[in-house]
Ligand binder design. Structure first.
Ligand code: SAH
Length: 223
């Protein structure tokens, strides 16, 4: 097979794997929000990982993205996206850009995405990747995201994709009222629970969405 033939063969394979991922890992586990299913079908997850790991990108597990960090399991990305209740043109702050995949998912839903990463190499790679893939509605910043992005807040939604010991106060302050924040929190590093926090009429209310395993949130309001 020539190079072009091989590429279209692989592309079809990735598309097939992506379809299967949505059916077997996401729909089958109860996520039915059509908007979420549609972006999970649309965004090419394999292009957010190293070439050598592309074949594993649609598996039912996290994928290493270097420097000890991981891209979350597809189901977790879909679950968080669905819990966030995203609508077009919402301003969303993400803490933990990593590969840029979650940011791309939110951007593909029509949100205006602001994402913060603390590791320079991941920041550089994901920023150029998102630009190259034409996700122009994403802004990436290199910083300690536990401080939020005060100059550009407040945000309708905040999603933290790393787990820390507490809910960072600056993030709660930068959330609109009404607003929704998602964050894994744990008393120890290996015992996290995913919380959905609602701000409404000046009050805070939180829901527990079960046990999760994210990499560490490191920073002044993290570990
Ligand atoms: N959402 C990412 C998941 C990446 S893993 C994706 O779609 O690929 C979590 C990321 O959070 C890691 O890249 C880690 O470096 C980053 N991180 C940890 N603490 C942080 C902090 N205080 N501020 C910003 N990023 C942080």
């Amino acid at each position: 097979m020539n190079r072009a033939g091989r590429e279209s063969f692989t592309l079809k394979g990735f598309l097939r794997n992506r379809e299967r991922m949505v059916r077997e890992q996401i729909e089958a586990r109860g996520i039915t929000d059509e908007r979420v299913l549609s972006v999970m079908r649309q965004v090419p997850r394999h292009l957010f990982v190293d070439e050598a790991l592309q074949m594993q990108a649609y598996g039912d597990h996290p994928v290493p993205i270097g420097l000890g960090q991981t891209l979350s399991q597809p189901y977790i990305v879909a679950l968080m996206t669905s819990l966030l209740v995203v609508r077009p043109r919402m301003r969303i702050l993400e803490i933990g850009t990593g590969s840029g995949y979650q940011a791309a998912i939110l951007a593909a839903m029509g949100a205006e995405v602001f994402t913060v990463e603390r590791i320079k190499q991941l920041y550089m790679t994901s920023r150029s990747r998102l630009l190259q893939m034409k996700y122009f509605n994403v802004r990436v910043k290199l910083d300690d995201g536990t401080l939020g992005w005060p100059e550009l807040g407040p945000f309708d939604r905040i999603i933290v994709t790393a787990g820390g010991p507490e809910v960072p106060a600056p993030l709660l302050e930068q959330l609109t009222d009404p607003g929704i924040m998602l964050i894994p929190v744990g008393g120890t590093r290996r015992d996290q629970r995913l919380f959905r926090i609602f701000k409404k009429e000046g009050r805070i209310h939180q829901e527990d969405h079960g046990s999760v395993a994210f990499v560490d949130l490191v920073g002044s309001h993290g570990w």
